[in-house]
Design a protein around this ligand. Structure first.
Ligand code: EPZ
Length: 426
């Protein structure tokens, strides 16, 4: 696997086209199993998690074609086979198949999902919701076997607004006889996108965008077309890059309406931000100002941008405080940032960051998708060369992080691992 190689202390200047949203497209792909017609999804990001879901859909007998960011899925001849263990383990979103498989075939056999190591990530809320809709679920070791002789509508109440459990519940409810009311639902924009997608295919869903969703279900969906919105987390990563490295970026295709908390944090840190429909311009002169923020479910500050803010805070002019409330292990990136000279002290769920400029180059390892991207961003503010390992995680969610940042003035590329020896980094 190649490593990311960054020569720091170059200011950014240019445009980046923001790819389609990973966390929006993955449940849509799973939901395609509920359709008897062909589904066409445009603006699909070409990332590993999408390729993995594509493989699973093919294993289940769907005819899929992905060309130039446009995906078609024809699930007419799909069959209710067990989902292969390896595919389930390679990404969290494999759990999204549980609701659609039950809805379509009345049975599902999958494995505990894998994905980023950012916390314990239980699936009790998913299983509880599906049981309330009439599924019998047996968990044996790592295997999950579910069946239902006809799902039925129910009243569901989530004690915590889990994104994935809300999505699974919505997809199963679409195939359930009668009406399902989901309260305590997560309100992330990706859920709104999934509901809009399902409505395009004939589902009856109201309350979209709120914490209470009402789904009228009972029949399979028809085909249709949908365009995936831009990825708010990728756009937020590049916002973080501009804060960290300085300069001016135009983020085209950024879903500015979904990024209120990230934009507010960036302007508190000293960025000048101009928002236009479907694009964001950010200008950053000087070092970032320190920031205090807490990650929360939407519309709060997203946990997926915590690591990149940790990188930006590491070069701020003063002390920042970042509190993580969603995933308990998301601060593992701090250990790697310290190797680049960052001063971060973790106390429980809060990171206290004493800003320093510049950081210093070194070899670091990304252990999760967003943490890896944050380390590449930190390298932009480091003197000398920074090597970031863990590209296998990063490419699960970023189509071309190096190409994007290099096109905007950064000196960053993917290098063969042996080149590190030449640089004396191994
Ligand atoms: C989704 O994960 C995203 N993944 C994550 O994106 C994102 O960080 C997260 O939502 C929060 O915004 C996808 O959409 C594919 P949750 P998900 O269920 O659905 C607890 C990225 O980098 N919980 O909302 O797994 C859980 O432990 C990522 O793109 C339960 O207790 O998140 C966590 O503390 C990684 N029981 C909290 O809820 C459950 O059954 C939020 O998890 C489910 C969750």
């Amino acid at each position: 696997m190649p490593v990311i190689c960054v020569q720091g202390l170059r200011r950014l200047n240019g445009e980046i086209w923001i790819q389609g949203s990973k966390n929006a497209v993955l449940p849509m792909m799973a939901a395609s199993l509920l359709c008897r017609g062909t589904v066409t999804i445009a603006n699909v990001p070409l990332i590993e998690d999408v390729f993995c879901m594509l493989e699973i859909l093919r294993t289940l007998g769907c005819r899929c074609d992905l060309r130039e960011h446009v995906l078609t899925v024809d699930a007419r001849d799909a069959v209710g086979r067990p989902v292969p263990e390896e595919a389930c383990r390679s990404m969290r979103s494999s759990i999204m198949l549980l609701g659609p498989l039950l809805g379509r075939f009345g049975a599902a056999q999958i494995w505990y999902p894998g994905g980023c190591s950012i916390g314990s990530r239980p699936i009790d809320l998913h299983l509880g919701a599906l049981r309330s809709l009439g599924a019998q679920i047996v968990v044996e070791g790592e295997q999950i076997r579910a069946q239902a002789s006809g799902l039925h509508g129910a009243r569901l109440r989530f004690p915590y607004p889990s994104v994935g459990a809300t999505e699974n519940a919505v997809m199963a409810a679409v195939a359930s006889e009668g009406t399902t009311r989901i309260s305590g639902a997560a309100r992330e924009p990706e859920i709104e996108a999934l509901c809009d997608f399902l409505r395009t295919l004939g589902a009856g869903i109201s309350g979209i965008g709120s914490g209470t969703l009402t789904v009228t279900g009972g029949s399979l969906l028809h085909g249709g077309s949908f365009t995936v919105p831009g990825d708010r987390i990728v756009a937020g990563t590049y916002l973080g890059a501009a804060l960290t490295a300085g300069g001016e970026l135009l983020l085209r295709g950024a879903p500015e309406g979904q990024m209120g908390a990230a934009l507010a944090a960036a302007s508190r840190m000293g960025a000048e931000i101009a928002v236009e429909p479907c694009s964001i311009r950010i200008k950053m002169t000087g070092r970032p100002r320190p920031v205090s923020l807490t990650t929360e479910p939407y519309p709060g500050f997203p946990t997926d941008l915590q690591s990149v803010m940790l990188a930006a805070a590491s070069v701020a002019e003063g002390d920042s405080f970042i509190r993580e409330t969603v995933f308990e292990e998301r601060f593992s990136t701090a250990k790697e940032l310290r190797k680049l000279g960052a001063h971060i002290i973790i106390n429980g769920g809060t990171a206290a960051v004493e800003g320093r400029w510049p950081l210093c180059g070194g070899s670091v390892s990304g252990r999760d998708l967003r943490g890896g991207a944050a380390l590449a961003v930190a390298g932009l503010a480091a003197e000398g060369t920074t090597f970031v390992d863990g590209y296998a995680h990063i490419r699960r969610g970023y189509e071309d992080i190096c190409g994007d940042l290099a096109g905007a003035g950064a000196e960053i590329c993917l290098e063969d691992i042996d080149r590190r020896k030449e640089h004396g980094a191994l």
